[in-house]
Write a protein that binds this ligand. Structure first.
Ligand SMILES: [Zn+2]
Length: 92
């Protein structure tokens, strides 16, 4: 895994300062959605090989949530973006 992560707020930092919080592509269902939709959102996860978007939190730094695009096989990091700006662009 890449040992250095470029936080958009703090600069280049060691990966140990971050916590991986899971799939960043999940979209929260409507509160009135079916139990099945909520079950899938809360419990069902894919395990892809290749490029993947994950939520990471910079807990030992700015404490911001980030979207990190990395390869799950090689651990190469392609991009790091503030999660709030990603959500705004997606209209969430
Ligand atoms: Zn940071």
């Amino acid at each position: 895994m890449a040992s250095l992560i470029h936080c958009p707020h703090c600069g280049i930092r060691p990966k140990e300062e971050f916590s991986i919080r899971g799939d960043a592509s999940l979209v929260r269902p409507d509160p009135a959605a079916s139990d099945e939709a909520w079950n899938d959102y809360v419990h069902i996860r894919s395990n892809p090989r290749g490029r993947y978007h994950e939520h990471w939190q910079h807990g030992a730094g700015c404490r911001r949530w980030l979207v990190v695009e990395r390869d799950t096989f090689t651990h190469e990091v392609f991009s790091v973006t503030d999660a709030a700006s990603v959500a705004r662009k997606a209209g969430r």
